[in-house]
Write a protein that binds this ligand. Structure first.
Ligand code: A2P
Ligand code: MG
Ligand code: MG
Ligand code: MG
Length: 350
């Protein structure tokens, strides 16, 4: 067994697990004034902030020189008002609850966790803001989406805690925690809580969020009669009509599965859906690296191919966004050429 990135992998699993416990516990108690609306009109909750604080604190303790690209920043939490200070207190309380929880399998106290690891408000706000790195082509950087699919989280549906290590623009380690994802997609009322892990060159695996059982992941081969798409719930994030046109060209009969967040990548690599298709809605949105870093490694490590809609590889070396990549298509290797061809025919017609 290869030992490359063994510590980074374990650290990422530990950090994502702690963050997932935090987000699930918040959901049951979330009250209205614990959600803010950001400058781009998207929601952010105390759970997003505290999860980023926890993950960033652990990364910094383990690898003080590594850079971090996190979705959230703490500027809205640094102003002085009664409502902001109660929000801040709640974030400090939640982050410390997660950091100080007893050590579990694979946890290491030097990562700043376990009893006695409390951080004060300034330390936690600084940890959130350590995620402000601009990114680039060279060096080691982690990317965090503390809650991907915040809208799904608020609806009580799918969301994911996402963490990836990028070295010289290549994703090397990716961990995805999906607290609301059924272990078996066909048994929605069965056990929930899945963790997906990939290390470049070492394959991908799925485990229960709560335990150590792990199963290697290989995407099933292309079978046109059962092939279906995974796409966003939010029509503003991904063009539903484009996916439907692609589906018609490919002669597919199955309806798409709509789901928020990178949980779509988890469902893709374990075979719940045949392809993840994300076509722009025409508003000039540039995809963020934290929305696809972990998912892209899961795909390539389980026998799939991921490109943009022109067949170009995703470029994680351009900063905080995927820059000029246009749309995203991910599927098992033997279906990719046909899917890409259908996508290009639809794009040409538009
Ligand atoms: N116009 C857009 N096009 C594509 N993705 C978007 C757009 N606006 C926001 N997003 C991002 O899509 C991701 C969720 O994807 P999905 O809909 O597949 O669950 C979120 O990270 C969200 O970012 P943000 O966190 O800033 O809201
Ligand atoms: Mg997010
Ligand atoms: Mg996101
Ligand atoms: Mg967001």
């Amino acid at each position: 067994m290869s030992l490359a990135y063994i510590t980074e992998k374990q650290l990422a699993i530990s950090a994502v697990r702690r963050a997932c416990l935090l987000t699930s516990s918040v959901f049951n108690k979330l009250v209205k004034n614990e959600t803010l609306v950001k400058g781009d009109k998207s929601p952010v909750t105390v759970a997003d902030y505290s999860a980023q604080a926890v993950i960033s604190t652990m990364l910094h303790r383990a690898y003080p020189d590594d850079l971090i690209i996190g979705e959230e920043d703490a500027s809205d939490l640094r102003t002085e008002s009664d409502s902001v200070s109660s929000l801040r207190n709640r974030i400090v309380e939640l982050a410390n609850e997660a950091l100080t929880a007893e050590l579990g399998i694979g946890d290491i106290a030097e990562w700043g966790i376990g009893p006695g690891s409390e951080q004060n408000a300034n330390q936690l706000l600084d940890a959130i803001d350590r995620g402000s790195y601009e990114g680039g082509r060279n060096g080691r950087m982690w990317t965090i989406d503390p809650i991907d699919g915040t809208k799904g989280f608020l609806r009580g549906e799918q969301y994911a805690v996402c963490l990836a290590l990028i070295v010289d623009a290549q994703v090397q380690v990716g961990v995805l925690g999906c607290p609301n994802l059924p272990w078996d997609w066909l048994k929605p009322d069965g056990d929930k809580g899945c963790l997906f892990v990939a290390v470049r060159g070492q394959g991908a695996q799925q485990m229960k969020l709560s335990g150590a059982d792990s199963a290697p992941l290989t995407m099933p081969p292309y079978t046109p009669s059962t092939f279906n798409f995974l796409e966003s719930v939010e029509a503003a994030h991904s063009s539903h009509s484009t996916t439907s046109q692609i589906s018609t060209i490919m002669g597919l009969t199955q309806s798409p599965i709509r789901m928020d967040s990178q949980a779509k990548y988890g469902c893709l690599v374990r075979g719940d859906g045949g392809a993840y298709v994300r076509m722009p809605t025409g508003v000039g949105y540039q995809e963020k690296i934290w929305d696809h870093a972990t998912g892209s490694l899961l795909v390539t490590e389980s026998g799939g191919i991921i490109t943009d809609s022109r067949g170009l590889p995703l470029d994680f070396g351009l900063g905080r966004t995927l820059g000029e990549n246009y749309g995203i298509i991910a599927t098992v290797s033997d279906a990719h050429a046909e899917l890409l061809d259908a996508v290009q025919r639809v794009v040409k017609e538009d």
